[in-house]
Design a protein around this ligand. Structure first.
Ligand SMILES: [Zn+2]
Length: 332
């Protein structure tokens, strides 16, 4: 920002000057529109500057995740400073192997942010300029009602001030994206085999929204290369999580993923014949409600298996189901 004037004062002065010159020729109207646009550029945060700030924030977050070997979060437990602070939740095994992947994801997230910020900025500015042009065209003849012009200028000034906040609105819509990507990457590499898309109706409350995720609600997407797939339990002709997960980066998306850790959480269409046979007995027993629930995530001998992160859901299995699986599935 180069001027010491408040944005409201600056646009107000400019509009008053323009209105005082009425009636305006078409050339003068165009010139006035350029003049207003120059104020927009002077006072609004540019998409490039916002994207650079965002990239800095993502880098700091990832660096913190690497230092902690887990997902950093600021624990707000009490007003006592000694109890608050940065901590790490349990991480996947050999978490360092994920750093190159997370570096790539950071680049992808930032690249998308740049494009989206630019689109959002353009849409916001276009909307404001349409309003400004509408006002300017009323100045092509002698102004007879000064009060009406004054009121229109006031509304336009308010609109300028509101549109100027595009950067904070956009940032609020996108702020949680990268931490979510990191969290999901940890969960997906903690022995999860699939994730269920959970739609959030807040998606519809965002003014600027060019996506519709309703059709995704409840759908389950297997994770490529997961341990159950490697054992031949899962169908191969499926949509994998990595094919859809980037849609969570859509502007204003409030959906989330629920990670699943056991094949018995999947529908038959996601299982192979071998998987269906293996789970047939266990499902029958589960329907009868046998046994007490016990936490089972994945075969302990499998290197891809392990405790999930705190963000991930862990499936439960009855003791009866466990016995059946022990008989039917050779690797347990
Ligand atoms: Zn969504």
């Amino acid at each position: 920002m180069t001027s010491e004037k408040t944005p409201y004062k600056a646009i107000q002065e400019r509009l008053n000057k323009i209105a005082a010159r009425s009636p305006l020729s078409q050339d003068q109207i165009d010139e006035a529109a350029d003049d207003i646009l120059s104020l927009v550029r002077e006072y609004f945060v540019s998409p490039d500057v916002l994207s650079e700030r965002y990239e800095g924030g993502c880098r700091a977050f990832l660096s913190s995740a690497k230092n902690n070997k887990g997902l950093p979060f600021h624990a707000v437990l009490s007003t006592d400073d000694s109890r608050s602070g940065e901590q790490a939740i349990p991480e996947p095994r050999d978490v360092e192997r994920l750093w190159p992947l997370l570096d790539d994801l950071l680049a992808e997230v930032v690249a998308r942010y740049r494009v989206q910020a630019s689109d959002y900025y353009s849409a916001s500015v276009d909307e404001f300029m349409a309003e400004a042009n509408e006002f300017l065209t009323t100045l092509d003849s002698d102004v007879t009602d000064r009060t009406a012009v004054k009121n229109r200028i006031r509304l336009l000034c308010q609109s300028f001030r509101t549109t100027m906040k595009w950067s904070s609105t956009f940032d609020a819509l996108k702020n949680g994206c990268f931490p979510q990507v990191v969290s999901n990457t940890f969960s997906a590499n903690s022995g999860a085999i699939a994730a269920q898309w959970r739609y959030n109706t807040l998606d519809e409350d965002v003014d600027y929204s060019n996506h519709d995720h309703r059709h995704r609600d409840g759908k389950v997407y297997p994770i490529r290369g997961n341990w159950a797939g490697e054992k031949g339990l899962l169908a191969r002709d499926v949509t994998y999580l990595d094919e859809v997960s980037m849609d969570l980066l859509d502007v204003g998306c409030c959906c989330h993923l629920l990670f699943l850790f056991s094949p018995d959480r999947l529908t038959d269409s996601l299982l192979s014949d071998k998987g269906r046979v293996a789970l047939e007995g266990s499902r029958g027993l589960a329907d009868l409600g046998h046994g007490q629930a016990a936490k089972v995530i994945a075969p302990a001998s499998d290197p891809a298996a392990g405790a999930g992160s705190g963000q991930a859901s862990k499936t439960t299995m009855s003791a009866g189901v466990m016995r059946t699986l022990l008989r039917k599935i050779p690797w347990i």
